[in-house]
Write a protein of this length. Structure first.
Length: 199
């Protein structure tokens, strides 16, 4: 039977291959979090929950750690939560049960569930979130290709592994309405707001 630390080790190795943490922005608090060490050291750390969860072999994927996600993460079979957004952006001066996020983190740590966040590492890597989002401007019939869109990196490149932003240049002009329609289709959104700056 698998236990939580073994599952975490395998998942963290896989995540490092998919979205290496060295690609994350300097301001971003990515990796695995041990909330107690963050409070004591006042610096981000990447250690694991000290509690072993026998027979925990599931990984819970989420965008944000909400109260509903917390309830599911506390099920005995969950070893690790992979939350796209970090639960902690800066060190906490204290941990209290009166704050809902802090209470959630305390409950997870006590139960032996670690939390991992790839955030801007997953944004930056080639084939990551930014490239997936860039595809919405391409071929409306097949959003797996870019079609008539040229993509270049914005910001500081991170070797040949990626960079944070993407600049899209359409080879043929399209209306804002068409672009919004492509984005909504790609993201499977029935509605959306748009805003743009006219220079």
């Amino acid at each position: 039977m698998a236990h939580s630390h073994l599952v975490q080790r395998y998942v963290l190795k896989a995540m490092e291959r998919i979205a290496p943490l060295r690609l994350a922005e300097k301001w971003d608090n990515v990796g695995r979090f041990d909330i107690f060490m963050q409070c004591v050291a006042q610096t981000p750390t990447a250690t694991e929950s000290p509690v072993l969860r026998p027979n925990a072999n599931r990984v819970l994927l989420t965008i944000d750690l909400t109260s509903a996600v917390l309830q599911e993460a506390l099920e005995p079979s969950v070893a690790l939560v992979v939350s796209y957004h970090p639960t902690i952006f800066k060190p906490l001066p204290s941990l209290t049960l009166s704050d809902s996020l802090q209470a959630s983190l305390l409950r997870l740590a006590a139960a032996g569930v670690s939390v991992y966040s790839p955030h801007t590492a997953l944004d930056s890597v080639h084939g990551g979130i930014n490239d997936w989002l860039a595809r919405c401007a391409g071929n409306p019939e097949d959003d797996s290709t870019l079609g008539s869109v040229n993509v270049s990196l914005l910001g500081e490149p991170k070797g040949d592994e990626g960079g944070l932003g993407r600049l899209l240049t359409l080879q043929d002009p399209i209306s804002i309405e068409e672009l919004v329609g492509r984005i909504k289709k790609h993201l499977r959104l029935p509605y959306g707001k748009r805003a743009y700056l006219i220079l």
